[in-house]
Design a binder for this molecule. Structure first.
Ligand SMILES: [Zn+2]
Length: 241
């Protein structure tokens, strides 16, 4: 726990835009929050939105959960690398905590910071819990290195990509991004960020579908799939937008 920066957490109270569409019960039970920014802020904001007792999309909420230090909330269990990996004994305690219904909030959250540091043993134990969660349970995994997260875990989580706030807004894609040789997972990340932004602006669900398919392409590329096949799939996918 000593790596956990409580200072970072206590100053967070606002919702990111990404939380909006998921507030009304649409948030997946297993989420992988991918961020290229240091720190844990995006995932914390998502968790706060889940823990809120009023279900109000507002940073001014006065409920007990919104005014409690995130790390001290009774309905969240934090799994933090200690010092470099998340150990199976810690995962076991977290999974056992899921037997109890939430105390304050509508949900109980297992927070896994730096999901790429789960050992294979830890990941296996976690997988069993992720596969059959009680309806009030959410798993929020965060990572800065999605390709280092074990594929068995990654494939069971819905992904959220938090763009670097310092980067330029992506309002159009280079027309030849799909033609890039080699086609890199990073190219697909760019497209996924674009799709996510379109969804946030329009709330049109077909952008979510495109976004999810882009992540499948990302996984395929990361697993060294045939580039021409993936490129053709992307071309067809993009033509549907
Ligand atoms: Zn609240």
């Amino acid at each position: 726990m000593k790596n956990f920066n409580r200072q970072d957490l206590s100053r967070l109270s606002s919702w990111p835009q990404i939380a909006g569409p998921f507030a009304a019960g649409l948030f997946p039970q297993s989420a992988l929050v991918i961020s290229n920014t240091p720190g844990v802020e995006p995932g914390v904001s998502l968790c706060r939105s889940l823990l809120c007792e009023e279900r109000e999309a507002s940073s001014a909420c006065r409920c007990r959960s919104c005014h409690t230090d995130f790390a001290g909330h009774p309905d969240i269990h934090l799994l933090i690398p200690s010092p470099h990996t998340i150990k199976v004994a810690d995962v076991r305690i977290a999974v056992q905590s899921l037997l109890y219904r939430p105390l304050w909030s509508p949900v109980r959250i297992i927070w896994i910071q730096a999901a790429e540091t789960l050992t294979p043993e830890s990941a296996n134990l976690l997988l069993k819990a992720v596969e059959e969660p009680a309806p009030y349970v959410h798993f929020v995994l965060t990572t800065n290195n999605p390709d280092q997260v074990l594929p068995t875990i990654r494939s069971r989580c819905q992904r959220f990509v938090i763009a670097d706030p310092d980067s330029q807004p992506i309002d159009s894609l280079p027309p030849d991004w799909m033609m890039a040789r080699p086609l890199l997972p990073d190219h697909v990340v760019q497209a996924a960020r674009f799709a996510r932004m379109q969804f946030r602006q329009s709330y049109q669900r077909h952008w979510l579908g495109i976004w999810e398919e882009l992540w499948q392409a990302y996984d395929a590329l990361a697993a060294n799939a045939n580039q021409d096949i993936v490129r053709e799939h992307l071309r067809q996918l993009w033509a549907r937008r």
